[in-house]
Design a protein around this ligand. Sequence first.
Ligand code: SAM
Length: 490
Amino acid sequence: MRRSEPKVPFECELPQPFIVKMQQMLGDEAEAFLSCYSQPRTAALRLNPQKAAQVGGAAELLRRLPAEWRLTPVPWCPDGFYYDAEARPGKHPWHSAGVYYIQEPSAMSAVEWLDPQPGEVVLDLAAAPGGKATQIAGKLGDSGLLIANEIHPARAKILSENIERMGMARAVVTNETPQRLAERFPAFFDRIMVDAPCSGEGMFRKDPEARGEWSVEQVAMCAARQQEILEYAVQMLKPGGVMAYSTCTFSVEENELVVQQFLARHPHMSQMRSERIWPHRQRGEGHFVAVLQSAGAGLAATTSSVAPATELVAPRNAAARERTRREPRPPPAPPALAAAAQRWRELARELLPRFALGAGEPLLFGEQLYWQPHASGCPFNSASLRGLKVVRPGLHLGTLHKDRLTPAHALALAASADHASRLFPLRADDPAAAAYLRGEELPADPAAKGWMLVTVDGFPLGWGKASGGQLKNHYPKGLRRTDRRTQDTD
Ligand code: SAM
């Protein structure tokens, strides 16, 4: 069913005190601003750099996307592209393959301005559904570490699914309060993203419910909560570290005033940049971003080399060694973990002989085997997460069944077709791709036997198991496409 964009003037549906506030704030510009509410909202997608690299770069990936989507660049994000109002990229099989993330265009600005670098250790403190977290993880590439946190359990699960869909191997997902994270990770992160819960004035076009929930009291309540979240965030920032504070709201109370009061309480922090995106001046729903830096040595140039797979990373300098001494040490690998790691090596040799895990360590949660990423010089290991609510401690490698390991869906999405020994290739315009995403069995070559990496136009979609001329479908049941399940996530 086509989503029809309402053409009625929205001013009459906007809360009256909001209209008055915006008129006081914008003066002559208020009319242009308010008239935006009678225009359709903007929609955009952000290319996954990891998938772009698999086809030789973003330009080539862009060339392969449907011409009728009429993609045009988002000025502040090199991977961001507006798409035509009639396009439905959330329904295309490439969405399930993590080739792009559907994201409100102005929301793409904050991570660009936070500017995470490969090899860094980054926290996204309020991360669900994952637009900014997947953008950060894409910039960390094959090194570094992202902790993506979400306070609400159901939203943390969606965050984890989106991180898996985008094939991000170097991300850990936690479901914690900012306070508990601050107790565990003092002065720990190179960069922190604080995309704070807010009154959502920039969501009024996309989400009519946000209009109904708005009130002057809600703005004040959000501002108080934002101050509290920033207090915990700053405790986790390294000397010289950089933090971005963002909201999708227009109120000065939740933006400039929050930052001003925060800076007054923390003289060691300074503002590097502060920007607003306005829906009547740019193509976007609206965003506020302030980039703040802590005094200190500053971030080193980060072209860190990553230790080979299965090797724990040795800290490079005295400060890092000292931090490691203070950190809880991981316990020696119990026999069950050693056995599971052996199963993994066997599975990888057979299915993904060219896949490299990067620096990290194996972790066993019950029957589930994960690979927890480590970052060079950072004292982060399995003991660092002990006692915290963890949704995903790293890349899910597989599930143990007696002496076998079943490959995880997340592993398929983190791999590329080049890594695999056996492929089951599909094309996006082939009805078999839609059938696979609905969870159906597919006819297979009678000679094919065992696990196959199912791909769509060369991008991994999931696993299937061939036997007797059929491919048994291992696309996760919870992700299978039904008419009810919408693919647009952000
Ligand atoms: N960064 C996300 C993205 O790009 O997809 C959007 C984050 S949304 C603006 C703010 C998030 O903060 C919500 O997921 C909300 O559940 C979470 N949140 C609500 N209360 C919070 C609190 N007290 N501390 C931390 N996060 C909170």
